[in-house]
Design a protein around this ligand. Structure first.
Ligand SMILES: NC(=O)C1=CN([C@@H]2O[C@H](COP(=O)(O)OP(=O)(O)OC[C@H]3O[C@@H](n4cnc5c(N)ncnc54)[C@H](OP(=O)(O)O)[C@@H]3O)[C@@H](O)[C@H]2O)C=CC1
Ligand SMILES: N[C@@H](CC(=O)OP(=O)(O)O)C(=O)O
Length: 386
């Protein structure tokens, strides 16, 4: 695979730092451009960022200078692929400008996730939704486009659900979350509020989780051969979201009602055999390929009665797998289980990078037939549907 230049918008934040950590030695992508707020522009990354990860800040990145956060200011140095990790109101304004300028914007933000022409993708679940990016206005003019990854809780949840949906169908589900403090970015929740405590509210979180699951597990609308929109899966979802004093890793307790009855062995088999991106399947478009960020087993079942736990199971599949445990009958619905997912790796930066790997394999970064980047950045209006 050709190594492509990429930029990170929001590079100094909790998710931005994960992008740097995960992309530092990535075989397909090479970081050449970094930006954050105006407060950081002009500083070196080491000056602008308080590095908080447990691996050293790569020296090359430490010395890079943060650029102004617009495509116009970047000129010829603007890479054609932008990973974005900025708050939703800022993303709403900035991300369409980068897409209009001819960039592939791979966003973590919630700003455009439910857009009628914006793919919301977890590759193991619905990479076919990426085809809808061809119907975005900017794709047709500059070649730029915008795709998103879901809310961090939705990502961990849809992996085991997709395996169940494929074999048995899902009618409805209830999920209660216990979300790590890193989910709120830095400095996040004050320590005096969260230490020794649980806060039973995270703004807009329950609504996002409830609506994103349907889009992720749904299909696409076809017009002839062209994918032009999305059709949500008719699954009723009720979510209750809580902040807990855990550093990394969102835990979720799930009760699910299936459309077709399944026994314990059948459910465990559905998870164990869930390998939608496995390169060893000769029918797969990924046959013979190693996707650098894809976990070998996206849903890992941990049979111990006290698992999963953030301290013990967070880094399964390099932080890209959902660990599931405690499968047992549910007195309200059919089955209940507990899952754990790494919120800043699988739930954010790692998810976006895996999306980019799939887009590369699908040929969506082949911009040769489009104008050079930045040539029509002013045409940002009417770009994507929020
Ligand atoms: N944390 C998580 O687990 C997850 C986060 N997300 C989403 O990712 C996004 C980023 O979250 P997170 O990293 O936690 O947030 P942080 O608050 O930690 O970081 C925010 C980043 O945005 C930058 N920024 C602030 N204002 C602007 C601006 N006007 N223009 C450009 N950049 C700006 C900051 O730069 P500066 O340092 O200069 O202020 C910083 O780099 C959000 O949309 C969030 O909802 C999604 C899934 C999970
Ligand atoms: N709100 C999530 C993290 C997040 O940023 O979600 P979203 O990308 O949907 O805004 C949390 O606090 O754990």
């Amino acid at each position: 695979m050709e190594r492509r230049n990429v930029g990170i918008l929001g590079a100094t934040g909790a998710v931005g730092q994960r992008f740097i950590q995960l992309l530092a030695d990535h075989p397909w992508f090479n970081i050449t451009w970094l930006a954050a707020s105006d407060r950081s522009a002009g500083k070196t990354y080491a000056e602008a960022c308080a590095w908080r990860l447990d691996t050293p800040l790569p020296e090359r990145i430490a010395n890079m200078v943060l650029q102004p956060n617009t495509p116009e200011a970047a000129g010829d140095s603007l890479p054609r692929i932008i990973f974005s990790s900025i708050d939703a109101p800022i993303a709403k304004e900035l991300e369409p400008r980068f897409a209009a300028a001819g960039c592939a914007v791979i966003s973590n933000s919630s700003a455009f996730r439910m857009g009628t022409d914006v793919p919301l993708v977890v590759p193991e679940v619905n990479f076919g939704h990426f085809e809808v990016l061809e119907s975005q206005q900017t794709r047709k003019s500059s070649g730029g486009f915008l795709v998103t990854n879901p809310n961090c809780c939705a990502i961990g949840l849809v992996l085991p659900l997709a395996a169940l949906q494929a074999r048995f169908g899902i009618d409805k589900l209830f999920v209660a979350t216990m979300q790590a403090v890193s989910g709120a970015g830095y400095p996040g929740v004050p320590s005096l509020d969260i230490l020794g405590n649980v806060i039973p509210f995270i703004k807009n979180e329950e609504e996002k989780l409830q609506e994103e699951v349907g889009k992720l597990l749904g299909g696409v609308h076809l017009h002839g051969d062209a994918a032009i929109g999305f059709e949500a899966a008719p699954i009723t979802v009720s979510a209750m979201c809580n902040r807990v004093p855990v550093l990394e890793g969102h835990t979720e307790c799930v009760s699910v009602k299936l459309k077709t009855p399944a026994n314990e062995a059948e459910i465990l088999a559905a998870w164990a055999e869930f390998e939608p991106l496995a390169g060893k399947n000769p029918q797969s478009i990924f046959a013979g390929m190693h996707l650098p960020s894809a976990p070998a087993q996206p849903v890992a079942y941990e049979a111990g009665t006290t698992r999963p736990q953030p301290r013990l199971d967070l880094m399964r599949g390099n932080g890209m797998a959902t660990t599931v445990g405690r499968l047992r009958p549910c007195t309200l619905f059919d089955w209940k289980f507990t899952l754990l997912s790494h919120n800043t790796v699988r739930g954010a930066a790692g998810a976006a990078i895996l999306n980019a790997e799939i887009l590369a394999v699908l040929g969506k970064f082949d911009f040769r037939k489009f104008p050079p980047v930045n040539s029509n950045a002013s045409a940002a209006e009417g770009l994507v549907n929020a």
